[in-house]
Design a protein around this ligand. Structure first.
Ligand SMILES: *Cc1c(COP(=O)(O)O)cnc(C)c1O
Length: 239
């Protein structure tokens, strides 16, 4: 193996151990949690190595980086998740390679994504991004809709041609009442997920947990964790 592949394999093994331990502690089955590797700022060659190491879910947060990377890896059976704040002028590009968009946080985005999905003839999975630190009617600093906006957005996604409502996503807030309380934040997200599933039973994805807080997310009940630095290393810049 190349040095990079060995390094990625070791990092993946450590992350796998953490997820397994967290599942065991929570009395959950390992296969109920999907690892998504966030490859932002890292090259397509890393995505290829990760695929060789068994990874099938990758995530990106900027269309400028993601579009060429997805094109360079189009021969691989990968599921691409888009997890960044999304401008409507990037929607057509994102809809051409992403299988899921986890950052749905406003109606305008639903309309644009629906049109793009229909145009390309693909079905796009959608997660509503919840900003636990946003006040009623507001959006979060890092994207996301305030909790009081979940229901309306979910209804819009469910009714939109070309889109499939898959569940909820959050990023643990750095500020506000949940700052430093990741477990409480993820428990709150699970409550919103329960309400959502009452109306939309198939929307059972709960995407929460990153390198620093994946244990809290698994304990709370997350079905998907999004791990970047713990697998790929520290990013050269904020991304
Ligand atoms: C970068 C990013 C992650 C991964 O964060 P790490 O701390 O590197 O594991 C997860 N989710 C989103 C939305 C991100 O932008």
């Amino acid at each position: 193996m190349t040095d990079r592949k060995t390094q990625l394999a070791e990092n993946l093994a450590r992350v796998e151990e953490r997820i397994s331990a967290a599942c065991e502690a929570a009395g959950r089955k390992r296969e109920d949690v999907t690892l998504i590797v966030v490859t932002k700022t890292y090259p397509a060659s890393d995505v290829r190595l990760l695929h060789e190491l068994g990874i099938r879910h990758v995530a990106e947060n900027r269309d400028q980086d993601a579009a060429p990377k997805a094109a360079a890896c189009a021969d691989l059976d990968l599921t691409w998740h888009f997890v960044g704040q999304l401008q409507t002028n990037k929607v057509r590009s994102v809809a051409s390679y992403a299988h899921l968009v986890q950052s749905i946080d406003r109606l305008k985005l639903v309309t644009a994504l629906s049109a793009a999905a229909v145009r390309t003839g693909r079905e796009l999975g959608c997660l509503i991004q919840v900003a636990l630190d946003a006040g009623a009617g507001e959006r979060g600093e890092r994207g996301g809709v305030a909790p009081d906006g979940i229901e309306e957005l979910a209804g819009a996604v469910a009714a939109a041609p070309g889109l499939r409502l898959d569940g909820l996503m959050t990023v643990a807030p750095l500020a506000g009442p949940y700052a430093g309380r990741e477990r409480a934040a993820f428990d709150r997200l699970m409550e919103f997920s329960s309400s959502l599933r009452a109306a939309h039973p198939a929307a059972n994805m709960v995407s929460a947990g990153m390198s620093a807080d994946l244990e809290d997310a698994v304990a709370a009940g997350a079905t998907h964790v999004r791990i970047g630095t713990a697998v790929l290393g520290d990013r050269p810049r904020l991304g």
